[in-house]
Design a protein around this ligand. Sequence first.
Ligand SMILES: [Zn+2]
Length: 720
Amino acid sequence: MSRRPSPAPAAPRPRSRFAVAVVAAVVVVGAAAWWWVRTPPFTLAVNPNRNVLLVSIDTLRADALGAYGGRATTPNLDRLAAHGARFDFAHSHAVVTLVSHASILTGRYPYEHGIRDNSGYRLPPTEPTVATLLKKQGFATGAFTGGFPLDHRFGLNVGFDLYDDHLNQAVAESSDRERRADLVVASALDWIGKQSGKWFAFVHVYDPHAPYQPPGEWATRFAADPYFGEVSWTDSALGVLFDKLASQPRPTLIIVTGDHGESLGEHGELTHSLFAYESTLHVPLIVSEAAGAHAPGSAGAPPVKGVAIESPVRHVDILPTLLDAVAAPIDPTLPGLSLRGVIAAGGGPDRPSYFEAMTSAVTRGWAPLRGVLVGREKYIDLPITELYDLTTDPEETTNVVTVRMDRAQVLLNILKGFNVAPPGRPQEETTDTIERLRSLGYIGGGSAVVREKYTDEDDPKRLVELEQTMHRASEAYQGGRPDDAAALYRSVITKRPDMEDAYRQLAFLYWREGRQADAVATLESALRAGVTQSEVRIKLGQYLAESGEAEKAIALLQSFAADDPDALIALGNAYELAGRPAEAIRTFKHLIGVDPQNGLGYQNLGITELRQKDDVNAEASLRRAIEVDPGLSGAYTALGVVLANTGRSNDAIAMWQHAITLDPTDLNALFNLTKTLAEMGRIDDARPYGDRFIASAPPGLQDDVATIRKLLGKIERPSL
Ligand SMILES: [Zn+2]
């Protein structure tokens, strides 16, 4: 650090120099302003006896928060910034959730920790993280997550005493599952309240991620701007947490950032993952402290004044900062540096930042995107290279690569200083797997192609139109036009036969429309086109099993399931549907061995045991499922059946009622409640459940609807 220390920091920018001049004048003018003048700037002291709170707000653009001049109403985060350090030029290294969080928690670039996309990768359990390092320093460690990309299966849970990733189970597609910010905060507060010693809490809130559906008043106030409504709502939910910490006896260091931003249509991109423009790469970073009741800075002591820092900082700097602040040792091989000195000096040196966007490279075969930020210059290495001067062109509208070839060369050389080897393929195939897939007719001549060379035609800038078509297809489907949606997906596949997500969405649409054979054929054609993502094979296995081809599903899933939790669930279900319960049980037990926190594994094991009339083991498995994941409505429903079978009807009713609070469309619970209550003579209690069952049962359950009508004494009209 070459800059002079505070309290008279060297002014990094004209605005600060001006402020120093004003200070001098005010001191001369009179004593009335003395107190304001003496308010010290925020500094980050070393204090091993403090709590640490790391908050990541998913999908948070740097320019959304009020403190950053944004349109969202964020008084709680603004207050943190007003009494802490606000970094105005902070960047993530990736533009998708899991990759970015792995960098935040390990302090490593993606090519170092190895996670390049949201699926297909797992953090090695030996990789040190904030959690493992602070645990060694005597901190209790807790994580509270709000979105599926941070599910414990991806390995970020190591080192946490509690890793609470329970999400809303009512949403069918696991990748869409999330938990609202207020519920994440409530869980964190519950855990914090139980700690007597110092603690580290990681709180991840997912709400600003698409779809933008802010609750209550935020929906009304931000009707035209729902993304900013989500950010505002999230601030309000986090305010409850910050307020609580302010009253704790021990001070709490608070670091808040976003994992990546959101394009909101800029550069033709609607959300994030495709590009790495500033709309998705530039994130907020706030370092602040909730003072303990007896600490300096608490009520009565003079407050500290926030500092705004324009020097470039990066996500890899968060871990060293956090360790530095609690006097923990810092691994010298980490690429980041503590920001304590930068905060004290009001600025620091330019630290180059590596970034990447690999999702469409690993899932679609498009060109991998890598780049580097040096000062305010940004270089993006793609077949069509890009160079931007963010000082004069912050929105990256003018690519100056051809007019500043010298600078492009300098930045390319800096980029080459980082590791630019091709990303490891997700879930490498063994020869055995490839042979098995080939024997099923799913792989042609060779294994899936690893691209060596990319041309302009593989540049995401040329292919962004396909991304937009995908979005239009999704809108068409949600708007009740499935045929239009299917045509759009098919057009994408025609143009780019390696687009994994187009096959998967099209197959899902067919499945939901009852076109089972088309759904299966779509996924089979994806495999034949060389798509290798395990999601495609898992879905195909599931669809085959549920459309009467369970043995074929078993052959496919067996070929690669190994230790993949989703594949094992699908394989266990396929065995169950094939009438092979012993193998289903063996598969679910294997899954639980691999992933002891897998609630669905226990639930499905319990259901299979229940069907085998093994009430004792079924009850144990289902109670364990609920313990591991209290949001699993299906486990409550099945446990209710065990209780009813063993003469505990009132307990069974309570279980089914709870299942319905978790998932109001749980037809099994509704049916069982109606039947059991009616048979107990409690027709009036049974009626609301029965009515709901009748209203929501699909055409395939008309026999059950007839049973319910009879139980409720409703007269069935004979159809003529
Ligand atoms: Zn994210």
